[in-house]
Design a protein around this ligand. Sequence first.
Ligand code: ADP
Length: 645
Amino acid sequence: MSEAPAASTETMEFKSELRQILHLITHSLYSNKEIFLRELISNASDAINKIRFNSINNSDLLDGDTEWKIKLIADKGKNTLTISDNGTGMSRETIVDQLGTIAKSGTRAFLETLQQADEASRPDLIGQFGVGFYSSFMVADRVTVVSRLAGDPIDQGVRWVSAGEGEFTVKTVDKETHGTDVTLHLKEDEKEFLEEWRLRQVVKEFSDFIEYPVVMDVERHEPVEGEDDKTEAVVREETLNSMKALWLRSKDEIEEDEYNAFYRQISHDYGDPARVIHYTAEGLTEFKVLLFIPAKRPFDMMFGDPKVGPRLYVQRVQIMENCEELLPPYLRFIKGVVDCADLPLNVSREILQQNPILDRIRKNIVKRIFSVLEEMKKDEFDKYVDFYRELGLILKEGMAQDFENRDTLTSLAVYESMNTEAGKYISMDEYVDQMPPDQEEIYYLIGEHRGMLERTPYLEVFRDRGWNVLFMTDPIDEFVMTSVTEYREKKYKAADKGDISADESDKARAEDDEKTFKALIETLKGKITEVQDIRLSSRLKDSASCLVADEGAMSAHMERLMQRMGEGGAQSQASSKRILELNAGHPVVQGLQKLHDSDGEDARVESIGRLLYEQAVVAEGSKLDDPVGFAGRINDLLVKELIRI
Ligand code: ADP
């Protein structure tokens, strides 16, 4: 961007997505308006974190100003509330980018959700998405930001002004101190935010743990010294928040409410966490950990880039807002703080990546998170299931990614199953413990939803034998199950792939059937070339036919997923040929065998054989290649049926 001449005022337009967000914010949010203050204080605190960190190697940035604070200035005469910080500040270029022309990734998806969400949950969505600054326009009809980047000369300050509609202006101005002043020109009916009691209340509720003092000048009437009956008005700067670094305090001093409030502050979640993990690790490396397992899927996991990893502090200085090195990606929903005094203060991300201390901390906290999840699964299964429904699909990624912890992650998985009622889950241990002696493998079936899985013919043999089948309905299951092979020495096996082991009497019957149906099957193989093989089924009890994948081949579900991914440009996957299984006990298959026996050339053999194939395609939820031909074949049969009437 070219350097604008000093003092020139430039008018610029908001990026269109931001305009829409602003429109929504100003026109449709009526509850919880006070969160604007949480957002502005949190931005101010981030800016102070930044200058503290940057000044470790460059103390010139500070101009001697190290009394970190965030000051609220309420001016009843002008009807303005200013939030002033001595953080890192913004240059003209940054302010234009950050407060006007850059929309974050996921903004469009976010807007759609926002438009659909009910009014009460909108402010929380806004906070979580991080359109934080724009929430000012809930209470202000004009916002002025005056800022100067630490290190820039005094005449390189910038003033940004906007009414939150289509445009904003920027002008280069003088600013004595580095940092940012955000001034809200309050709407007529939002004057309560000039009142001391109201500001105190909002800070206490939403920003109590911010680690820098949030201060305000308050006027008190104090007795005049030496004159007993006289008082005078004195203005004192008071700190409104407690600034308690919870993770540094001992566990038994902390109330659950305090943990919950702290969690809400750092996560932007509106509910309470499912679990709090707070401990001090001693030994080779000493560090303090305060982590939270959310009960709900964090919003940034659905839109935009999720921030992975807890905050990293070294001697109470925040070194990183999200330290990715401390948690594997599949634990990205964990929020919190890790504070380690043994790390050098002036670390860079590159140095951190190779630091053995971080590696030790990571191993330690991952282990601790697993043990807390295990404990929750054991002691509060229903609550654990609620957690797993929200976040299991992320945790499961680890089963494919983290070889070292695969067994633990497998044991943490819970599923719906054929023998459990809809909505009820079963743990892997329960499944294995309930396996009858003649069942050797863990059976599972992957598909879009339970209703569809329940109706598939693949389950017939399992119902008959009383063997349970796990239902896997997360999109990631198919991918995960290519990596997971066994649990407690039992192998996993897809119920719709390969052959199902048969018992002795079944085997004898199967051999007889094999002989009876041999000729029919040979004929059909020559006619129905869409399949790679045709055989008698060991899994069907009620249905006449089904399609199965070869052991190790892609299932129908996976093929549909791949095809969907291929749609819209990328090359589409050629589907692998499947195996058609026929039920030797079914009257249609038996009738067909008899027909073939009397006349192998009869045209009805192919047409009925084809119908058996086509009904199997429909039953597994796939599309027919020739729906018109299928309808024709059905109609031929219907006509014959009707002629008889
Ligand atoms: P977020 O804080 O989630 O990034 P915001 O819309 O609240 O979203 O802020 C956008 C950006 O503007 C911030 O990322 C930061 O770069 C900048 N910013 C906002 N407030 C301040 C401030 N007080 N000091 C310095 N930079 C700020």
